[in-house]
Design a protein around this ligand. Structure first.
Ligand code: G1P
Length: 303
């Protein structure tokens, strides 16, 4: 079946790969999933599930592995805590506890061997079936005020096939991403057609300055291609390589250039920056925190 035959099916399912070991955050991730590390007071993974839900994707499949039980507990009810808070009449905290168990239907599949992002996506094949679906990578947080996924779904409705999110990166950072060769389209300046994708190009060889960031709208045709995709960069089965095959076969592969707010939480320095930005913008904590931060940076703190 070609991708164009799928265009009328609504997008309802989101896949969130969450099997990584999080070694960059050891020892915090020795017994806890990295996805549960909080940004201010909300686990990173909840921002991602909220993003999917607000784009209308309420069937969520998490690809997990060993040590990830906390994820299942977080998106489930906690009756003991709920009844305790209800008895105390603490409706504000009760609402916070309720929120994460009401974001949609969250399902889980295990990725026994971490063999790469392409392999993680392939673990979703049985659950997704013959429908288009989104993939959201937890290391990229997209600010809810800049709804990227909604725009990508619109582009998928227009062209069918695959839609990825792109952002310009400096040349010395291209080797950290999948990078794309692009052509313009008539669908708006932010929508490009992808002619080639290269995962983690060697320095100086990226086809453009545009890198793939962690949001994808995929056609189920990707599963057959992934089954045939040999390990690529880092010895892993790469989603980028499968998308490159689709583009080479003449299937529609488009990119939406995102210029909104994105918070990278993949390494410690970026995670700290994301935490500070989110805290500084919070209505409740922000004013006091910004004031403290200003003094801290100016070295004017006395306590
Ligand atoms: C993955 C993808 C890569 C993409 C990146 C976005 O890489 O393989 O193509 O550009 O996510 O964050 P990873 O960051 O898992 O190495």
């Amino acid at each position: 079946m070609t991708s164009s035959q799928h265009t009328t099916k609504p997008l309802l399912k989101a896949v969130i790969p969450a099997a990584g070991l999080g070694t960059r955050f050891l020892p915090a991730t020795k017994a806890n999933p990295k996805e549960m590390l909080p940004l201010v007071d909300k686990p990173a993974i909840q921002y991602v599930v909220e993003e999917a839900a607000s784009a209308g994707l309420t069937d969520i499949l998490m690809i997990t592995g060993r040590n990830k039980r906390a994820l299942e507990d977080h998106f489930d009810r906690n009756y003991e805590l709920e009844s305790l808070l209800a008895k105390k009449g603490d409706t504000a905290k009760l609402a916070l506890v309720d929120a994460s168990s009401n974001l949609g239907q969250v399902h889980y599949a295990r990725q026994g061997d971490p063999k790469g992002l392409g392999h993680a996506v392939l673990c979703a094949a049985a659950h997704v079936g013959d429908e288009p679906f989104a993939v959201l990578l937890g290391d990229d947080l997209i600010d809810p005020r800049d709804p990227l996924l909604t725009r990508m779904i619109e582009v998928r409705e227009r062209f069918g096939g695959t839609v990825v999110a792109l952002t310009p990166v400096p040349a010395d950072r291209s080797h950290l991403y999948g990078c794309a060769a692009v052509e313009p389209t008539d669908a708006g300046e932010d929508v490009l057609r992808l002619t080639e994708l290269v995962e983690k190009p060697a320095p100086g060889t990226a086809p453009s300055s545009l890198a793939v960031i962690g949001r994808y709208v995929l056609d189920p045709a990707v599963f057959d291609v992934l089954r045939e995709t040999a390990p690529g960069a880092g010895g892993e089965i790469q989603l980028t390589d499968a998308l490159n095959t689709l583009a080479a076969n003449g299937e529609p592969v488009h990119g939406v250039v995102f210029d909104g707010r994105r918070y990278d939480t993949g390494d410690r320095a970026d995670y700290l920056k994301a935490t500070v930005r989110l805290a500084a913008e919070r209505e409740d904590l922000g004013p006091e925190f910004r004031d403290w931060l200003r003094k801290f940076v100016a070295n004017e703190l006395t306590d």
